[in-house]
Design a protein around this ligand. Structure first.
Ligand SMILES: [Zn+2]
Ligand SMILES: [Zn+2]
Length: 130
């Protein structure tokens, strides 16, 4: 699958893979990481690459309602996210999809994707706000 991707798209994918699981980067952060090795890749290309990689299931997009930017991460086993509305930190919360599939009202529905996002204040920001 990777081989059919344009080279620039592969470079974007590689950068997210290098960042590793649990690392969430927005498009601007990703451009910074690409740095000089991909100075020729325009921001538009980066956005297109991200859309395509999400569509292929190779990476995932995390949309936190209170976040200013969409964050991207390498596809990892099912997990939930915690987003700190103060500092913007996005943290993985291990949470198997099977735990959520127990919700009774889902019984007759074909669930293809489960997105769980907790939003609030991280410990560091809570200390500062006291
Ligand atoms: Zn915080
Ligand atoms: Zn994550």
């Amino acid at each position: 699958m990777e081989r059919t991707l344009p080279k620039n798209y592969q470079t974007v994918y590689q950068a997210l893979r290098d960042a590793g699981p649990g690392q969430h980067l927005n498009a601007a952060e990703l451009c910074l990481r690409l740095g000089t090795r991909a100075a020729h890749i325009s921001q538009t290309t980066v956005y297109r690459a991200l859309d395509r990689l999400v569509a292929l299931g190779m990476i995932e997009a995390v949309h936190a309602p209170q976040a200013r930017h969409v964050a991207y991460e390498i596809t990892a086993p099912s997990h939930a996210h915690f987003h700190c509305r103060v500092c913007g930190a996005l943290r993985d919360i291990p949470c198997p999809a099977t735990a959520l599939a127990q919700v009774p009202d889902l019984a007759n529905l074909l669930v293809e994707r489960t997105v769980v996002l907790f939003e609030g204040c991280c410990p560091a920001c809570r200390v500062e706000n006291v």
